[in-house]
Design a protein around this ligand. Structure first.
Ligand code: SF4
Ligand code: SF4
Length: 80
C-alpha cells in the first residue's frame, strides 16, 4: 500500500521527498507544506521515509508478502 501522510503531524520539512529513491512524493522546497503522494504505486516499501520522518507522520501499510519478512528496524538501532 502507498504511504499515507498525517497532515496534522507533518511539519512540511520535505525529508521524505528527498529520501525516497522513487520520487513517490512531490514537495516544493521553501513552501513547508505537506508533500503530495504523487506516484503512490511506485513505492517499493523500503520504509526509508517512515524511519526518517522526525514527526512520525507517515504510515506505510506493507503488503502481506512483505509483512511475512518484515523486521522493525527501529528495534535494531543502538540504544544510547
Ligand atoms: S518527512 Fe515527515 S514531517 Fe517531513 S514532510 Fe515528510 S511527512 Fe512531513
Ligand atoms: S517506502 Fe521507500 S519507496 Fe515507498 S515512499 Fe517511502 S521512501 Fe519511497
Amino acid at each position: 500500500m502507498p504511504p499515507v501522510i498525517d497532515e496534522q503531524k507533518c511539519i512540511g520539512c520535505g525529508v521524505c521527498a528527498d529520501i525516497c529513491p522513487l520520487q513517490v512524493f512531490s514537495h516544493k522546497p521553501k513552501e513547508n507544506k505537506t508533500p503530495k503522494v504523487q506516484r503512490p504505486y511506485e513505492c517499493w516499501h523500503c520504509n526509508a521515509c517512515v524511519l526518517d520522518c522526525k514527526a512520525k507522520a507517515i504510515e506505510l501499510r506493507l503488503p502481506l508478502t512483505h509483512m511475512l519478512l518484515y523486521v522493525d528496524s527501529s528495534s535494531l538501532r543502538p540504544k544510547h
